[in-house]
Design a protein around this ligand. Structure first.
Ligand code: KIV
Ligand code: NA
Length: 265
């Protein structure tokens, strides 16, 4: 059970072996996901939505991301653990970006960070890379910029935005990012980027022509039912399972069925 490294991911792309990535935010789920054989576990700032109940990813803090990252690292033996740098911890100030990334690496013992954006954040990415911290890029739909976009619709459908995305992707590879996430863009564009780049391209809502896939754990396990975009495949209906289990517990308590003779000292 060899530890997954950034180098190993590069080899997987060369071999044409697809990369499986999933989010986790806590020890117990990270352990289950790691034991199932996941290649990459992302401590996503989607924790802001699914763990903290915020509408966007913007409110989550660096301290909160580090708390989640520490818990995930403790539960993970094999997968590469990547942590999102949260909104406000890296944009527009490369010195602060480096300080944020160093805190994540030092305090959580994660192995890489992920950052949203292209040319706008180039200086921040370069500075972090210079410190020997692996960076995963993230282009297309970048939820930290939701207030600029105004919607979570498919990105880069127009020629100009597609052209910029390709340029940004090439730049991210050029400066040394080890992988790239493409979120919610046309499959054709994502496949083109994946074929142009030698680093692995991991898609979410970006079709099958990329080098791997990532999903948010709560979405694919059916924990939150309200979210059902086209790209999401549900592998379980945990909300129903949990609702029934908890309902049964409540009624067993109410009827004094629980605890039984055998379940007491
Ligand atoms: O925060 C997150 O979960 C992510 C993935 C959707 C790529 O960034
Ligand atoms: Na994210």
């Amino acid at each position: 059970q060899r530890k997954v490294t950034t180098r190993r991911l590069a080899e997987m792309k060369q071999r044409g072996e697809k990369i499986a990535m999933l989010t986790a935010y806590d020890f117990s789920m990270a352990k289950l996901i790691d034991e199932a054989g996941m290649d990459v576990i992302l401590v996503g700032d989607s924790a802001s939505n699914v763990m903290a109940g915020n509408i966007t990813t913007l409110p989550i803090t660096l301290d909160q991301m580090i708390y989640h990252a520490k818990s995930v690292v403790k539960g993970t033996q094999r997968a590469l653990v990547v942590v999102d740098l949260p909104f406000g911890s890296y944009q527009g100030n490369s010195k602060e970006a480096l300080a944020s990334a160093i805190r994540i690496m030092k305090e959580s013992h994660a192995e890489a960070v992920k950052m949203e954006g292209g040319n706008e954040i180039r200086e921040s990415i370069e500075r972090i890379l210079c410190a020997g911290i692996p960076v995963m890029g993230h282009l297309g739909l970048t939820p930290q910029s939701i207030n600029k976009f105004g919607s979570y619709n498919v990105r880069a459908k127009e020629e100009a935005e597609a052209k910029k995305l390709i340029e940004d992707a090439l730049m991210l590879e050029e400066i040394g990012c080890f992988a790239l996430v493409l979120e919610k863009i046309p499959a054709k564009l994502a496949a083109e980027v994946a074929s142009k780049l030698t680093i692995p391209v991991i898609g979410i809502g970006a079709g099958g022509g990329v080098d791997g896939q990532v999903l948010v754990m709560h979405d694919m396990l059916g924990i939150n039912k309200g979210f059902s975009p086209r790209f999401l495949r549900r592998y379980a209906d945990l909300s129903t399972i949990i609702n029934e289990a908890v309902g049964n517990y409540i009624s067993d308590v109410k009827t004094s069925d629980f605890p039984s003779e055998k379940e007491q000292y």
